[in-house]
Design a protein around this ligand. Structure first.
Ligand code: FDM
Ligand code: MG
Length: 216
């Protein structure tokens, strides 16, 4: 039996991650795969509840502390994620370590420091970065309610994501397999969905227990 695939969506707020994650999960299910969706931060845990208070501006925390809480939230759910993958379920995830680094380093925290707390976590098999301008994102519904939803800050996050993308694209080509793809999110839902599906189909099969990990 094969393990499930770990497919990650990353991007700015309102880049379309949740819509595309849902469409991908539906398409894979229609083909008969077992699929689950996850989202970080997972606000239902105690750590997640502290993160939620920060994001909704009911509690202030220094930049280092909130960074470590986001990371702790991934760590506390890591075993459950691995168990799911090992049982053959494909997991489509909305945000993970790359958001952790991009958002915290956009505040000015040291980039290397930001990566540290996530080293050792399972690396996604494929990260799909939905590329959108901060201005286009801000014009989409619901923007402006949470602490990071400001065009000026999202522009800095986008610049940090660009640095990460460059690094991950080099890693992909060295490994000879695409573990990161950046897609233009300012296109039709269906066009984007078809592109995503073809990249997901190209992800190599792996056995349970066979993972790459986040590392230097
Ligand atoms: N975010 C998300 C971070 O700053 N660090 C992280 O590690 C993660 C996973 O939290 F603005 C930010 C990104 C976003 C905010 O996320 C809430 P959602 O996806 O909008 O719920
Ligand atoms: Mg948001």
């Amino acid at each position: 039996m094969l393990r499930g695939k770990f497919i990650l969506f990353e991007g700015l707020d309102r880049s379309g991650k949740s819509t595309q994650a849902r469409k991908l999960a539906e398409a894979l299910k229609e083909r008969g795969s077992r699929v689950e969706q996850r989202h970080y931060p997972e606000r239902s845990t105690q750590v997640g509840s502290a993160i939620n208070s920060y994001l909704t501006k009911t509690k202030s925390l220094n930049d280092q502390a909130i960074h470590l809480l986001f990371s702790a939230n991934r760590w506390e759910l890591q075993q459950a994620l691995v168990d799911l993958l090992d049982s053959g379920v494909t997991v489509v995830v909305d945000r993970y370590v790359y958001s952790g680094v991009a958002f915290s380093s956009a505040k000015g925290l040291d980039r290397e420091w930001c990566w540290q707390s996530d080293f050792g976590l399972v690396r996604p098999d494929l990260t799909i970065f939905l590329d959108i301008s901060p201005e286009e994102a801000s014009s989409r519904g619901g923007y402006g309610e949470e602490i990071y939803e400001k065009v000026s800050f999202q522009s800095k996050v986008k610049a940090e994501f660009a640095l990460i993308a460059a690094k991950e694209e080099i890693r992909s080509s060295e490994a000879g397999k695409a573990s990161w793809v950046s897609l233009n999110a300012q296109t039709s839902l269906e066009t984007l969905h078809a592109q995503i599906l073809s990249h997901v189909d190209a992800v190599p099969d792996r056995l349970p227990g066979d993972y790459d990990f986040m590392q230097k």
